[in-house]
Design a protein around this ligand. Sequence first.
Ligand code: G
Ligand code: G
Ligand code: MN
Ligand code: NA
Length: 253
Amino acid sequence: RRLENELHKALQLDEFILHYQPQIDVKTNSIIGMEALIRWEHPTRNLLYPNDFIALAEESGLIVPIGQKVLELACKQCKDWQEMGHTDLRIGVNLSQIQLRQPDLVESVRRVLEMTGLEPSFLELEITESIAMHNTDLVIEQLNGLVALGVQISIDDFGTGFSSLSYLSKFPIHRLKIDRSFITNITNKSESAIVSSIVGLAQNLNLGVIVEGVETELQRITLPALGCHEMQGYLFSRPMPAIQFGSILESRI
Ligand code: G
Ligand code: G
Ligand code: MN
Ligand code: NA
């Protein structure tokens, strides 16, 4: 209850901020985009992370206005960086299954895009596989509505959802984000077989693919041979505040 009240207040007082983690194309060594990750600048505690409050935000329904705020901040920030000359930068935003069930989701995403001026194709909404297992018809309808706006959809933590792959042909999706658990021992034969199979699946379905959780140089040099050259992970950078991300963008131009 108490944390719930605090979440309410945090929303009113604008205590939610976003950190950004770069996504790199190692072929060109360029930043192709970033994932927005929410943080809570709590007035008396240290910076709070999603694991500290997202579950409660979902239970209480506050994830809806919080998620709306996240979308606004993320789209605005992406547009700002594009206007600084990083014209092809895309932004990934995590979508909760609660948000995905809101009847007005498509309309509110449309409004955020209009308000911020971000071209829809640069917004990538991340959903997890487990979302695909519930409310399939509603989810497909919502995703179709989002895609009709021109927004991109990616599957987060791909391969960990224990769900049937049949959703891949039913859902309008654009990219698979390969979960970091598949690359912990990338020189292991069966692990690299799994990764290259996922890449092959993505290619055959005409989907983009990015690997998450890249932490080592060995992973960075091994993954391209398996067909994957878009990467995200601590090796390149931890998620960081906008100001820091902005200066890295500027220094790399
Ligand atoms: O950096 P990290 O601790 O940020 O994120 C932990 C988890 O929280 C990830 O699974 C991520 O998908 C989720 N998360 C981060 N930001 C958001 C957000 O804005 N909305 C939702 N629903 N989940 C988020
Ligand atoms: O949305 P998703 O579940 O993919 O959330 C990304 C989560 O992974 C965030 O908590 C982010 O901070 C974390 N993360 C990003 N890069 C790395 C990495 O290289 N290693 C690990 N262990 N976690 C990472
Ligand atoms: Mn994500
Ligand atoms: Na993930």
